[in-house]
Design a protein around this ligand. Sequence first.
Ligand code: MN
Length: 306
Amino acid sequence: MTSPDLTLDSREVPLGGLRGITVHRTLPQRGLPTVGPWCFVDQFGPTTEPMAVLPHPHTGLQTVTWPLAGEIRHRDNLGSDVVLRPGELNLMTSGRGVAHSEFSVGDITQPISGLQLWVALPGGQLAAEAAFEHHPDLPPVEGRTWTATVLMGEIDGVVSPATTHSPMVGAELRIAAGTATIPLRPDFEHAILAVDGATLVDGIEIAARQMRYLAPGRAEVRLRVPAATTLLLIGGTPFEEQLVMWWNFIGRSHEDIVEARDQWQAASPRFGEVAGHAGKRIPAPPLPQVRLRSRRRTIDGSSSHD
Ligand code: MN
C-alpha cells in the first residue's frame, strides 16, 4: 500500500466559552486523526478579539502553546500563573487531568495570533501527574537558507528542553524568499503548515493555513516561498494507539470520556480549581446520543513514500 502525500484544508472552529475566539483547525482530519502523536493543530488570529478562555479541563494530552503576536496569561490548577510571549513555549501535560484558563493581556488593542497544538499521550502516561513547563529560551537552529525554533523533539541535532513522551518533532520554520531543504527523519511521518503565506512543498503549492502531509520515508523536504514565510513542522512515529477524542478529553474508550466529563461537571479534585476566576468555568457540552468511537485512520502512515 502506498501513502499519498496530501494537502489538508483548515476549517473554522469557534472555541468554547463566552468570548472564546475562532480558530483555523488543520488537525484532526477525516481519515487522519494524528501526525505522529500530534492530534490537534489550531491557528488563531491575527485578531483584535481578545482571548478569554475560562477554566476548562484536559485529559490524555499535552497542550503546546506558541504565540506569534500578543501576550497570553496562562493559569492552571497546579498554581501556574505565567504570561506567555512570542518566542516562548507553554507546555502543559495533563496526565490524568488538569484544568487551565487563557486570557489576552498587555496591549489588547493589538492583534493576537498564534498556534495551539495537542500531543496525544501514550497509554503509560494516562494516569501520571499533571505538569506545566514554561520555556522562554528555546534553542535556535541555523540552516543555510532557513532558521527554526525547536518546540518539541530535535531537528538537525538541536534538542528542545520540553518534555516529550514519544518520538516527535515540532518546530517553527522561517524562510526568507527562496528555497530551503529541511532535514527529516525517515521513520517519522510529518506535516508542514503554511502559517502566514503560500509555500511550495516539494513542488506542490499550499496556501496560508493549509497543511501538507508527508508520509514516512523521507530524509528531507524542499520548500520554496515567494516571500519571507513562517511555517510549522510537526511529525513523529505514527501513533498506533486508538484514541477516543471528545471536547477537551482524550481517552481510549467511551467510558473514559464519560468519566472525565462527569468528574469535570462535579468539580472533582481530578481537575482541581484554577484560582482567580471566582468559580467560573466552561461547562462540558452534552454528550452525543451515540457511543464515542476511536478516530479511524484511513491514510496509511506505516509504509514508505513513493
Ligand atoms: Mn485548553
